[in-house]
Structures are given as C-alpha cells and as structure tokens.
Design a binder for this molecule. Structure first.
Ligand code: DC
Length: 234
C-alpha cells in the first residue's frame, strides 16, 4: 500500500473543506466530506418528518438512506448524492445548518456514518474533513491535521461562502450560529470534536487559501514518500 489517509478536523469555517478538496485534487485522492454526510442525513430526516426522539424511526430512516460521492467532471471534485439525487446545494441551507449538530449527536446516526466513512477509506487514498476523523473514524490515519482560526475570520469566510450561494445572512447571525455549533460539537457525549494527540494544529487565521493547501501538501509529501519506501522494502 503506497497511499495514505489524511484527516482534516476542526471547527466550522476554518477552511477545512476547501483545503481538503484542493489537497485531494492535487494528490489524485478521493475527497470525503463527512460533514456533508451528516447534513444529508439531516435533510432526509427533515423531508421525511423523522422525530429526533424516536429511535425506531431513526433506525428505519437510516436503513433507507443511500449516500454516495460522485465526481463532478467540471469542478473535478466529489459531490454528495442522497438516494441518487445531488443534494450538494440543498444541504448547505441555513435550516439544515441549524439542525445538523443535533442530528450528528445521535449515536445511531454516528455509527452508520462512521461505518460508511471507514468503508470509503478502506483502500486509503482519501482526504476526509470533519470533526472526529483523527480520533474516531481513522485513529491510525497517516496525517492528521487539526485546523483552527479566529472566530471573526471564520464567520467572515462562512458569510462570504453563503453569499456566493445567494444566501445573504447578517454577520452576527453567522457568528452566533458558528459559536452555537462549536459548543454543541465540543460538548456532545458521542465522539465530540477534539484534537487527536498526534494531530498537527494549523491556525489558518492569517493564512491565504493557497498557503493552507501548500502547508498540508508539504506535510503529506514526506508521508507518501515514506509509505512508498516502506512498500518497496517489503
Ligand atoms: O463541516 P460541516 O459544517 O459541514 O459539518 C456539519 C455538522 O456536522 C457540524 O456541525 C458537526 C457535524 N459533523 C460531525 O459531527 N462529525 C463530522 N465528522 C463532521 C461533521
């Protein structure tokens, strides 16, 4: 096996997903948007009126959910499909964002998604962004990054991202929503957001996008070379 698993965890708005996508593209790896998976489940639950307190219905719904990543040939990046429909845009809506932390804290939801993520990563060659990639999903990942950034910078980036999708949201509202999700993600009982002991912290507050990507690629390259050497020695 010559390839590696890269996990990029951290708070929302640090630039995890844009960085992970660019790194995956540069290495020819598969990009897994684990947050997108929790968002897709949240969308399904919303559209099918699933009560978050009804475990029986939750389990039935999870069995009916099919999540796939399919590469968009124009952007050359993976997009998420829920039961064969592209939901890449729908899952970024503010009402889904507001509910996703609650849905992602449900043990049955996490068990199902973690199992799927591990299946997607069985042949390595993946870059996954999320909250628990380095701690729970791939504790033996070859390179673990933990991204951080100042809250105002994160809110600014998230607001810009939403604006590009024609969603005009007040800065304070975006900031409040990020802080609320940070708290829920960090304090939930099941697989909370935390830095893995062997993760490398990357503070992107003062970094330009291309610098973030270069930094991760600079960290990944020796790991890939090391893996190739190990492979040729055996
Ligand atoms: O990265 P994002 O904003 O798309 O993530 C959406 C939510 O999903 C976030 O509030 C926390 C949750 N999440 C999670 O619990 N575990 C992951 N591995 C990824 C996301």
């Amino acid at each position: 096996m010559k390839d590696i698993i890269i996990t990029i965890d951290g708070h929302g708005g640090c630039g995890k997903s844009t960085t992970a996508k660019a790194v995956a593209k540069a290495l020819g790896y598969m990009y897994i948007d684990s947050g997108g998976m929790y968002r897709a489940v949240t969308l399904y639950f919303q559209e099918n009126y699933i009560q978050l307190t009804n475990l029986k219905d939750i389990k039935k719904a999870l069995a009916a959910i099919d999540i796939q990543f399919i590469c968009n040939p124009t952007t050359e990046t993976n997009e998420i499909y829920l039961n064969r429909l592209n939901v890449e845009e729908k899952i970024r809506a503010m009402d889904i964002t507001e509910k996703v932390s609650q849905v992602s804290a449900i043990q049955a939801v996490r068990d199902t998604m973690v199992h799927l993520q591990q299946k997607l990563g069985k042949d390595k060659r993946i870059v996954m962004d999320g909250r628990d990639g380095g701690t729970t999903v791939f504790p033996h990942a070859d390179l673990k990054i933990f991204m951080t950034a100042d809250i105002d910078v994160r809110a600014e980036r998230r607001q810009k991202e939403l604006m590009e999708k024609d969603q005009l949201i007040d800065f304070d509202e975006v900031k409040k929503s990020l802080l609320k999700r940070d708290l829920m993600d960090k304090t939930r009982e099941v697989s909370p957001l935390r830095k893995a002991e062997d993760a490398i912290e990357l503070d992107t507050t003062h970094m330009l996008f291309h610098e973030q990507v270069e930094e991760v690629l600079n960290l990944a390259t020796p790991k890939i070379i090391e893996m190739k050497q190990q492979n040729s020695a055996t």
